[in-house]
Design a protein around this ligand. Sequence first.
Ligand SMILES: *[C@@H]1O[C@H](CO)[C@@H](O)[C@H](O)[C@H]1NC(C)=O
Ligand SMILES: *[C@@H]1O[C@H](CO)[C@@H](O)[C@H](O)[C@H]1NC(C)=O
Ligand SMILES: *[C@@H]1O[C@H](CO)[C@@H](O)[C@H](O)[C@H]1NC(C)=O
Ligand SMILES: *[C@@H]1O[C@H](CO)[C@@H](O)[C@H](O)[C@H]1NC(C)=O
Length: 420
Amino acid sequence: MMVHLFAKNQQLKYTTIKVVLALAVIFIFTVPLYLLTCTSSSPPWLSFTNHILNPMINFGNSCNIFRGKWIYYPNGANSYTNLTCSEIFDQQNCMKFGRPDSEYLKWRWKPTNCELPLFNPVQFLELVRGKSMAFVGDSLGRNQMQSLLCLLATVVYPKDVSSAADRKFKRWLYMSYNFTLASFWSPYLVKAIETEPNGPIYDRLMNLYLDEANPEWAGEIETFDYVIISAGRWFFGPQIFYENRQVVGCHLCHRNDIENLTMFYGYRRAFRTSFRTLLTLEKFKGMTFLRTLSPAHFEKGEWNKGGQCTRTWPVSKLEMKLAEADLKLYWTQLEELNEAEKEGNEKGLKFKLMDVTEAMVMRPDGHPNHFGHGADENVTIADCVHWCLPGPIDTWNAFLLHVEEDNARKLRMRMIENCE
Ligand SMILES: *[C@@H]1O[C@H](CO)[C@@H](O)[C@H](O)[C@H]1NC(C)=O
Ligand SMILES: *[C@@H]1O[C@H](CO)[C@@H](O)[C@H](O)[C@H]1NC(C)=O
Ligand SMILES: *[C@@H]1O[C@H](CO)[C@@H](O)[C@H](O)[C@H]1NC(C)=O
Ligand SMILES: *[C@@H]1O[C@H](CO)[C@@H](O)[C@H](O)[C@H]1NC(C)=O
């Protein structure tokens, strides 16, 4: 199996077996964990009830850009391709691996009561001049970061200033803007230790220290101006939960001496601990975004039973609903964000919502399916979790820019008011 990490970047020849293996593990892990608990006996998609403005999050007078629909733009052109951006991982490089259809690239998100402007790379770079941004989470966070790299690549290419060859922790510098972009791979957000590092890959039992943020990101995050946090599929797996270094319960651990808790318990505390960490770090002055749950779209079977995502067009939100467990995870993270937002207000720290869930529920056509792998690989499992680049995930960065711009505009207005 040969994985071309960076088509143009020969500097990365040290792509040893180790890295390839690590990658395989990362990938294999993120895909199949989905549906571990969602058996076929429960209906796969349940009602995504909240189409209207989320009552918990205050949007002020501005429009809720996260509620709307996809509109077909037959002449819409992508701002990048697999040729203009060399940072697309093979696993998300649908063009390169021969995805035959391209209709999925011709849709734009239209919020119900306003417009979401296309991502403008120059505007983005001006906003983040002299600043730094970090993505913290699993491979979907990295998926978004690569989308951002590709969107910005139409203007300028960054320098790889990562301190190690480890793809879990990347750092890029946009020299002419003095803008730093980094990704911290931390799928559980909190400290997580494998109980048996050599055990089975699919079903590996993890020890999660729910009240301790993973130091691999928490130890580095203090100086960042923007932090984008997300977490998802990994919480479906078997875990033992610790608090105060004591076992408090577990999820799917199959042990009679430990109390059963749900994955929602772990998920809630992982976000709580992460937000609390950001709230209490002395030097942290940044803005935190919660990027909400990214839905998977396995149809005609579960992920490991021939499930696929072969659609080539979006669906309406009536046609496809969020799975019950996903909906619960979604609400859990919103509740925790809401709490953090309140505390943040007192401390002058901003916590923002980047709600991609509803928009992405409607995009079963946006996943790599079988087109995200090397042609020489024996692909038996379809990837209906990650997103093709380019593709609908690029809209996440339009959301990101919009929220940042909105914040900058409010700051400017406040300054003008103060001067009068
Ligand atoms: C880009 O995609 C095309 C198919 O659209 C493919 O033929 C080509 O090899 C790809 N190039 C790279 C560098 O990925
Ligand atoms: C670049 O930005 C960093 C903060 O991200 C700042 O500490 C540093 O002084 C800046 N350097 C220049 C040359 O402006
Ligand atoms: C936890 O749940 C499993 C499966 O439902 C069950 O076999 C086990 O006995 C339960 N453990 C406890 C401590 O209740
Ligand atoms: C691919 O993998 C499957 C399951 O592991 C196996 O049954 C099949 O023979 C493999 N196909 C090839 C062409 O190697």
